[in-house]
Design a protein around this ligand. Structure first.
Ligand code: NAP
Length: 658
């Protein structure tokens, strides 16, 4: 895993790609016949600037997904022919591929391919995310190259080697920093390494749920299984060449700010329990949000005599074949586990406290065909345009219907579009459970769609109709030695219990003791009220940066990695400010922090997550949404694109103190 390797080069950056395509003309032709029209139109538009052709397709495209177009077959064939001729023309003329499309062309292409107007706010983000020239616009480069001694004497600690932590490490390495990544597990991957329950998969399409600087043409699934994602993370890690900086099986126990010296004193615990201390100039938490399992407070849990484990720590030593198994919780984890084990166990008892909305997804188990993989690996810009379509279809395109229309009176939805989605989801429930009215009543949420995380239907609803599956609703009363007692006092005897009960997402940095200039982070945040400026920095905690901090989880859709990359860029800019300005301390001022948090709270007004009928892990005990970002991806991208020095107190510590 640590041997370094090279990332696959995308075709637009591969010398000789056009000649290769010419040589494989037959493959190209058969491949194009299988691909969706929207990405092909974008590639064609990009290569030719032929806006008249783009205009002709516009009336037939209603959305970014392949199933949202009604382009006549002869027009599709014509487009394929034109694209092949264009590629041939480039190859024969020896012309270089064009750079990023102009702003005007991009507008026309984007509007047509997603079937609606893409607002101005998106364009900076699209250019950054799609990284047309391969130079990674999100990389923060030195304005003045610092001396080697300055960098050597400035030590950075990254907590966690999950998706975000290793990307942070890669950027620190590129810039020449002296850094260490401390990881509690014996491998990279974080939540993807730890969660190995049956059925685990991502529910964001992974051609988008992957680094923008390391797009992967060879995903086997549109929604990758857990092990495929773990393999991708390990591959990226090997390519990053940061292994010398990573310390596995070590956990940060505490980090305490020394204001006289302007450094963090960090205590690290090894696997054997021994500890050591080190000082760092800056600490970056990439510890994640969904990493501390939440165990429900149900009476008698310790009475149960059989195997009992949390979904995040699936016990693979327990043989569930033929056994009676209880799964408590029907969130994202539960709904993946339940269909994956139903045909292996003797009986499955599903405990649902409250239902979640589930949307159909035709691609969820589909594998990527060889032709698709070939296109992603060989057709210039295809990978990037496909990523853009996913970004739109699974993220910001969904945001407007999550806001209440003040004139809307139906309490079960927020507006006309949200109601339309509700009806679509209800129809899916009815179909999946074969019209079983009792089951329909049990699994249909009484809150508007998207109030809790929208789940993708991977067979959960259908599984509930199996003869060996029983759905028990309502709160659990108690555990016994042999089973679980429901709210009606009925004991369900089971052999094994899996708690798919989620994570302690409202106390980031748990269980690390973090002490700043004015007490610990828990004194500031309490148990469940974390706040940060842009989700990244906190007053009284200088030189501390958070990735996936408060109010940065994406509830409407989109890839958490998109946010991580925004945060990494911002942190790299903050560090650059320190190094180039020869500064020791950078601390966000209270005013911008409070102003930002006021705006966040105001933005939530009227949003679906605040709906009174919704209880979820997004909200704290007082009803404030503390995990989610209220912003469109384009807004957060803009908010974090430039580190604003005026929002920070930046200083040097006195020389004699150091
Ligand atoms: P979750 O969404 O918080 O779901 C926890 C489930 O446990 C809910 O059904 C909850 O019921 C139930 N529960 C909690 N305490 C209970 C109690 N005392 N008695 C009975 N039921 C109880 O947790 P999760 O499913 O692990 O997912 C957490 C997040 O992880 C997701 O929202 C997502 O962000 C991420 N995730 C993603 C994927 C993916 O990409 N495919 C997969 C897994 C997880 P209530 O609904 O009534 O609270």
């Amino acid at each position: 895993m640590t041997a370094s390797s090279s990332p696959p080069q995308l075709p637009e950056h591969r010398p000789g790609i056009l000649q290769e395509l010419l040589a494989q003309a037959r493959q190209l032709e058969s491949c194009l016949a299988e691909l969706d029209v929207q990405p092909l139109l974008l590639v064609y538009g990009h290569l030719t600037g032929d806006s008249a052709t783009i205009d002709r397709f516009a009336p037939y495209i209603k959305g970014a997904w392949g199933f949202e177009e009604s382009v006549p077959e002869e027009m599709k064939a014509e487009l394929r022919g034109k694209l092949i001729a264009t590629l041939k023309d480039y190859a024969e003329a020896g012309r270089p591929l064009p750079p990023a499309p102009s702003r005007e062309l991009l507008q026309k292409m984007a509007d047509t391919a997603v079937g609606t107007h893409v607002p101005e706010a998106y364009y900076a983000m699209i250019y950054d995310e799609l990284n047309f020239d391969g130079k990674d616009a999100k990389t923060v480069r030195w304005r003045e190259t610092p001396g080697a001694a300055r960098l050597a004497n400035f030590k950075v600690l990254v907590i966690g080697a999950g998706f975000s932590g290793i990307a942070m490490g890669a950027k620190l390495k590129e810039a020449g920093y002296n850094f260490v990544v401390v990881e509690k597990n014996d491998n990279v991957g974080g939540t993807w390494y730890e969660n190995t329950y049956p059925g685990i998969a991502v529910d964001t399409p992974n051609h988008f749920y992957s680094y923008s600087f390391r797009m992967e043409p060879n995903w086997d699934h549109y929604f990758a299984r857990g092990d495929e994602i773990q393999t991708y993370i390990e591959k990226c890690y090997a390519e990053m060449g940061i292994a010398d900086h990573v310390r596995f099986e070590q956990e940060v126990a505490s980090t305490i700010w020394d204001k006289d010296k302007g450094i963090w004193n960090v205590k690290v615990r090894r696997k054997d329990g021994s500890t050591y201390e080190e000082s760092y100039n800056a600490v970056i938490s990439a510890a994640g949000l969904l990493n501390v399992p939440a165990f429900p407070k149900i009476p008698g849990m310790d009475r149960f005599k059989g195997p009992l484990f949390h979904s995040a720590h699936w016990d693979h030593n327990v043989d569930i074949a033929g056994k009676t198994v209880a799964v408590i919780g029907t969130g994202a984890s539960g709904q993946q586990i339940i269909p994956a084990i139903a045909d292996k166990v003797g009986k499955l008892v599903v405990f649902q406290r409250s239902p979640h909305w589930v949307r159909p997804n035709p691609l969820i188990f589909r594998t990527v065909t060889d032709n698709w993989k070939w296109a992603l690996a060989n057709i210039p810009y295809y990978n990037k345009w496909y990523r853009f379509l996913l970004l739109w279809a699974t993220a910001d395109g969904l945001l407007p219907q999550m806001r209440t229309d003040p004139n809307w009176t139906n309490p079960l939805s927020l507006n006309a579009e949200n109601q339309r989605i509700r009806e679509w989801l209800e129809a899916n429930i009815r179909e999946q459970v074969n019209g079983d009215e009792e089951l329909i009543a049990k699994v249909t949420p009484k809150f508007p769609p998207y109030g809790k995380r929208m789940l993708r239907d991977g067979g959960y609803l259908k599984t509930l109709t199996r003869d060996n599956v029983e759905l028990v609703t309502g709160p659990i009363q108690t555990f016994t030695e042999t089973g679980i007692v429901d709210e009606h006092g009925v004991e369900h005897r089971v052999d094994v219990i899996c708690l798919a009960t989620g994570f302690k997402a409202q106390c980031p940095l748990t269980p690390i003791e973090v002490v700043g200039t004015n007490g610990s982070i828990r004194d500031h945040w309490g148990e469940d009220d974390p706040r940060a400026h842009l989700g990244i920095t906190v007053p009284d905690f200088p030189n501390l940066f958070l990735i996936y901090g408060p109010n940065t989880n994406l509830g409407h859709g989109g890839s958490a990695l998109f946010h991580s990359e925004c945060q990494i860029r911002y942190i790299m800019q903050a560090l650059r400010e320190m190094i180039e300005g020869d500064l020791d301390v950078v601390e966000v001022k209270r005013e911008p922090f409070e102003d930002y948090n006021r705006k966040v709270d105001a933005e939530f007004e009227g949003m679906v997550w605040m709906h009174p009928g919704v209880a979820s892990w997004y909200k704290n005990a007082k009803g404030r949404v503390v995990t989610n970002s209220p912003w469109a991806l384009s807004v957060y991208h803009k908010l974090t694109a430039e580190f604003a020095p005026e929002e920070y107190a930046m200083s040097k510590v006195k020389a004699e103190a150091v």
